[in-house]
Structure formats: structure tokens, C-alpha cells
Design a protein around this ligand. Structure first.
Ligand code: ADP
Ligand code: ASP
Ligand code: MG
Length: 427
């Protein structure tokens, strides 16, 4: 079995959905598990709907209607006869009842919010935001089936079993393996990003988590490979939105890929690599626009090919310098205390450096808990804060000048190990 993952960018509009048909006709579609994310920026839109709802701003209902219109528009466009779909197939697509299915999911979303009584924001977040993937998979599955690509629509919440850490749920591997083994039939299509807890409530695996879903399915099914289809030729040595003259990385060892993802190369979700590495399942990252090109392959190889410096930038981080108040050393006890507070505030640490009386860290405040963290730390320490910093990481640093990074911006911290240079600058 092979697992394919199509992200939001690949199904952002009707042409994107048609292109999924194109890709599957080229690659074949027997014994295939297809994972699909929400279309385009739907997850952001759902986050905005929830934010307005939380503020008792009834305009959230207008945004839900807009979401409905956008998806309905895609369905209407998909009903046109094109090179991909003939008249009979269009008829089949219509007869799938997809327009009513969309209406039903939108009504369920409204009902979820109108009936809501919970004060648990993360819980509500998962119940709401998961609708993006439910809608996209219904549309894509109906279109593929109409185009003679038979896929069974499967609810990922019946496959991926998790704990109750809403918005960042942990997989219960044994239960998940048991349920996934029950999938019958040749090829299936399911949602990325979502799962369910023991009580059947929806959970999510963290933003951008659909890559991880593909890896979980591959692990549990002993798949022969995973392919994630992207709007780039594969994993490049830098994000082409930020750097010029990027180069395709053709072969990447698992441990190199996990480092790149950890440092923030957002092309692969960091949790994706571990399940694949454990079962030696290769990960292909390929262009959905050029499906015949090889792209990047991540396996157990020894060296990165080509072996060149890789540049990663993470923006909108926070730089904290925590110092003792009385000139006493920042020792192991203090560091463990600081880390405890970071973990309570769910902060991911990108870089750290300690000196005798201070401890510097660069963190990502994913859950907007910085004020909680600061008030806890300021009970005992002096804390200086610089918001809006960028962390540049260069893997396989070869001593080349990084003046373009350093000259333009104020450098707050620079750290070099044998392989890696990291620079924190004010954005
Ligand atoms: P998806 O549609 O699967 O959600 P993403 O938008 O999350 O896709 O990921 C693809 C994007 O990742 C690319 O458009 C690119 O801008 C960005 N990116 C960041 N780092 C890299 C890298 N090292 N190589 C390729 N793309 C990268
Ligand atoms: N739709 C989710 C997100 O935008 C998951 C994903 O795309 O991987 O974060
Ligand atoms: Mg994404």
C-alpha cells in the first residue's frame, strides 16, 4: 500500500482538485491511502470564525456563510465538463449529492457553536476547526469516484485514536493500529489532521498535522512509501518564499530531515519522520504540478545529496533573557524551574544559551501564553523580552558569510556548533 497526502495548497480550488485526478492517473491508484487537508486557507478561516464567536461577535455566522459559498463555488466549477471529466462523469458527480452533503456539514458546524456550553477553548477549537477537512474530503472523494478513481471515504476519527490533549493530541498507537487494520477495500481517502478521543470527541494533531496523519497511517499499515504532494519541486535547501536560488535536495537521510523539520523547515511537519524512520518507510516529497519528476526522497541513506548548506528561518519568535536578581549563578535548579514554566506555557524552544547569571532562549508562543509565562518567571527573575525576532539556522554551515542576514538586522544572539550556525535577529 502507498500513502499519498495532498495539502491545502494542492486542493485550494477546482483546478487543484482536477489536478489530483491528473496525479492519480499518472501514478496509478490501486492500494492507495489518500490523506487530504482542508482546502486552501480554510483552517485559518475556521480559526477566525471561532475567534469571533468567542468574542460574542455574531458576524461569525457571515463567515460561515462565506465558507459555504467558497466551497459551493468549487463544486459548481467541478461540474463543468473538462479534459478531466466527461458528461457522464459530471452527472455522477452531481448525483453523489455533494451539494447537500456540504450544506449538512455547514449546518452541523453552526449547530456545534449554537449548542456549545463548554468553556474549554481547545476542546471547542477541535470540534469546530475539523470541519475544514470533513468538507474537503467529501468533495475530493466525490470527484475522484465520479472520475472512475474508486476511493472509499473514511472518517479519520474512526482510525486515529488519541488522548484528550485537544489542539495537540497524542496518538494512542495500539488502539490506532487495531482500528486501521480494519480498513477494507482497495483504496481509501481520509482527512488529515483529525482524530478522536476515547469518548468519540474530535481531536486535532496540531496545525499542519496532515503530514503526520499520512505517517501514522503508513506506520500502522506497513505501507511501502509515503508521498506528500507540494507546490514546490521537493525539499529545497531553503524556503523559496524567503531565499533566492534554492536547490533541490534529492536524497535526505531521516536524521537530517528530522533536524531540518525541527529547526523549522515548514515543508514537512516535524512529527512525520519518526514513525516512518521506525519502519524504514521512505518519504517522497514531490511537486503536484510535475508529478513525473523525482522530487526528494527521505530514507536511511548516509549523506545528504547534494551536501550543501541548508537555510531555515522562523519568524515571529520571542527572545527572553532570564537573569538572577542578586548576581547569583543560574544553576541547574533554576534552569529546570524555567523549563517547567516553559512546558506549562507550551512554548517550543528554538535556541538556548546560558551564562553565569543569565539564561537566553528563543521561543515560539503558539498558544498566546507569553503573559502567563512572564508573570510566573518575574516572580523570581529579571526578564527582558524582545518580541518579533527571527531565528536563522544554517545546517552544514561552511563558514560562508552570512552578512546578508547580519548586516540588515540587529543581531541579538549568535551560536555555532560544528555543523550548525544559528542567529537571532530583530525582525
Ligand atoms: P501544504 O499544502 O502541504 O500544507 P505547505 O504550504 O505547508 O504545504 O508547504 C509547502 C511550502 O513550504 C512551500 O510552498 C514553501 O514555501 C515552504 N517551504 C519552507 N521550507 C521549505 C523547504 N526547505 N523546501 C521547500 N519548501 C519549503
Ligand atoms: N488544515 C490543517 C492546517 O491548516 C492541517 C494541515 O493542513 O496539515 O493546519
Ligand atoms: Mg500546510
Amino acid at each position: 500500500m502507498r500513502i499519498f497526502k495532498f495539502g491545502g495548497a494542492s486542493v485550494k480550488d477546482a483546478n487543484g482538485v482536477r489536478n489530483v485526478v491528473n496525479v492519480l492517473r499518472i501514478t496509478g491508484f490501486r492500494d492507495l491511502g489518500v490523506v487530504v487537508s482542508a482546502m486552501g486557507k480554510t483552517t485559518n478561516a475556521l480559526e477566525e470564525i471561532l475567534a469571533r464567536y468567542q468574542k460574542n461577535d455574531n458576524s461569525y455566522l457571515k463567515l460561515i456563510d462565506k465558507l459555504y459559498e467558497q466551497h459551493n463555488e468549487i463544486i459548481v466549477e467541478l461540474e463543468e465538463v473538462t479534459d478531466f471529466i466527461n458528461e457522464d462523469e459530471v452527472l455522477r458527480f452531481r448525483e453523489s449529492g455533494i451539494k447537500n452533503i456540504l450544506k449538512g456539514i455547514i449546518e452541523a458546524l453552526k449547530g456545534e457553536l449554537l449548542r456549545n456550553k463548554t468553556k474549554n477553548y481547545s476542546f471547542l477549537y477541535d470540534q469546530v476547526v475539523s470541519h475544514g477537512e470533513l468538507i474537503s474530503t467529501k468533495i475530493v472523494a466525490a470527484f475522484l469516484n465520479a472520475c472512475n478513481i474508486p476511493v472509499q471515504w473514511v472518517d479519520a476519527r474512526e482510525l486515529i485514536k488519541t488522548d484528550t490533549k485537544y489542539r495537540d493530541a497524542g496518538v494512542q498507537w495500539q488502539e490506532t493500529e487495531n482500528t486501521i487494520k480494519n480498513i477494507s477495500g482497495s483504496s481509501f481517502l481520509t482527512q488529515g489532521f483529525i482524530g478522536s478521543d476515547d469518548n468519540g470527541f474530535t481531536t486535532t494533531l496540531g496545525r499542519e498535522g496532515s503530514d503526520y496523519t499520512a505517517a501514522i497511517l503508513a506506520y500502522c499499515l506497513d505501507a511501502e512509501s509515503v508521498t506528500i504532494w507540494k507546490d514546490v519541486p521537493g525539499v529545497l535547501n531553503a524556503d523559496p518564499r524567503v531565499f533566492q536560488d534554492t536547490v533541490l535536495l534529492e536524497k535526505i537521510p531521516y536524521n537530517e530531515a528530522i533536524e531540518l523539520a525541527f529547526y523549522g523547515a515548514s515543508v514537512i511537519h516535524p512529527k512525520t519522520l519518526q514513525p516512518l524512520q521506525r519502519k524504514s518507510i521512505p518519504l517522497h516529497v514531490k511537486s503536484f504540478l510535475n508529478p513525473k519528476e523525482n522530487g526528494s526522497t527521505i530514507t536511511h541513506s548516509n549523506t545528504l545529496l547534494p551536501e550543501i548548506p541548508c537555510y531555515i528561518v522562523r519568524k515571529n519568535l520571542i527572545f527572553l533573557r532570564v537573569s538572577s536578581r542578586d548576581f547569583s549563578f543560574i544553576g541547574e535548579g533554576n534552569i529546570s524551574e524555567i523549563f517547567h514554566e516553559l512546558s506549562e506555557a507550551k512554548m517550543q524552544v528554538g535556541l538556548l544559551q546560558n551564562s553565569a547569571i543569565s539564561f537566553s532562549i528563543c521561543v515560539e508562543d503558539k498558544y498566546s501564553l507569553i503573559n502567563v509565562l512572564l508573570s510566573r518567571l518575574q516572580e523570581r527573575y529579571d526578564v527582558s523580552v524582545v518580541k518579533n525576532v527571527a531565528l536563522y539556522t544554517i545546517r552544514h554551515y561552511n563558514g560562508e558569510k552570512v552578512s546578508s542576514i547580519e548586516n540588515e538586522q540587529q543581531v541579538l544572539l549568535k551560536q555555532r556548533t560544528q555543523e550548525t550556525l544559528q542567529v537571532v535577529v530583530k525582525q
